[in-house]
Design a protein around this ligand. Structure first.
Ligand SMILES: [Zn+2]
Length: 319
């Protein structure tokens, strides 16, 4: 599980570092010779060729704390008694020569060589008092040193920020993705996709014999490239007999909203074939779109479809 890293950056030097290597991400090409073999890792994580970077000096417990940091951790930058920004660690690396080039050295001749590269930099505005309440610190506590919170305290921060920890979960690098994709047995994969292709071609042939067709929900005519064969009863919930009942279990839905609205349960069809929509969604734009669909009549009225719509109303429709 990801941890929270506190990164005070209020003094003059740190403010400059923030401007120079966070707000202005570091070019990986420009520093290729200092990065050496670390460049390929960073290249894979930062396809744009630039990476925001930060580092801590070898002073005190820093190296030990830095050793606990890993990809997915949330960094909180603090200055002037406020947490003003956050970012997500993508990788940590030790590189003293690069740190010297980027930031020079402090009064003791040390440099910020225990480095990390991060992304998803976003502004934040949280007072120390508020932060201290979240994690149960004394309300006057001040963020003075680089710190890595315990898992328990980190979780309190994630909860307070209402962060879906999944977002900050260990990111999947292109390398990891390729490795995972390679592990899926080829034959299974090929067999499944062939079947999927056969089924979807069959559905498309059935629903879209002409170059254009009508969306069953909004009633507009579109080129078939913008229509999908949508399962009224979720395909995964269908028995084999239902899966092959293509004339009744699928309908034509446009990609300009109808397919998604039906799949996410904002729209359904009643027993009298009239289109029902869910109550106020909190989004004016979505409500407007739903109002356009409400009360329309579903065109293909074969009673064999009704059990599928009943399933949709009971299992998907939000009401
Ligand atoms: Zn439509």
């Amino acid at each position: 599980m990801p941890l929270v890293i506190l990164q005070p950056s209020g003094n003059k030097g740190a403010r400059e570092h923030y401007r120079d290597t966070i707000q202005t991400p570091v070019s990986l090409v420009d520093y290729a010779s200092s990065l050496g073999s670390q460049k390929s890792t960073l290249d894979a994580l930062f396809p744009t060729g630039t990476a925001p970077m930060w580092g801590v000096t070898p002073g005190g417990r820093n190296p030990q704390l830095w050793g606990r940091c890993s990809a997915g951790d949330l960094v909180l930058f603090a200055a002037n008694k406020r947490i003003f920004g956050s970012g997500t660690v993508r990788t940590t690396f030790h590189n003293e020569p690069l740190a010297r080039i980027l930031w020079g050295e402090d009064a003791e001749g040390r440099t910020w060589e225990y480095m990390y590269a991060l992304d998803d930099i976003r502004p934040l505005d949280v007072s120390y008092e508020e932060f201290n309440r979240w994690v149960g610190y004394n309300e006057r506590a001040v963020i003075q040193d680089f710190r890595v919170l315990s898992q328990e305290k980190s979780d309190l921060v994630f909860a307070a920020l209402d962060v879906d920890v999944e977002i900050y979960g260990t990111p999947v690098s292109p390398g990891d993705f390729r490795a995972a994709a390679t592990r899926i047995p080829d034959e299974l994969d090929r067999e499944r996709t062939t079947q999927q292709r056969t089924e979807s071609r069959y559905i498309r042939n059935h629903l879209f014999p002409s170059p254009t067709a009508t969306c069953d929900l909004c009633g507009e005519v579109f080129p078939c490239a913008f229509l999908v064969g949508a399962h009224i009863k979720k395909r995964a919930a269908c028995s084999h007999a239902e899966k092959i009942d293509i004339p009744n279990v699928v309908m034509a839905a446009c990609v300009f909203g109808c397919d998604a609205l039906f799949e996410k349960g904002y729209v359904t069809v009643a027993d009298n074939w009239s289109i029902r929509v869910s109550g106020s969604t909190g989004s004016a734009a979505l409500d407007k779109r739903l109002a356009q669909l409400a009360g329309r009549s579903f065109p293909h009225r074969d009673a064999l479809r009704l059990p599928y719509f009943l399933w949709h109303r009971n299992n998907t429709f939000r009401g």
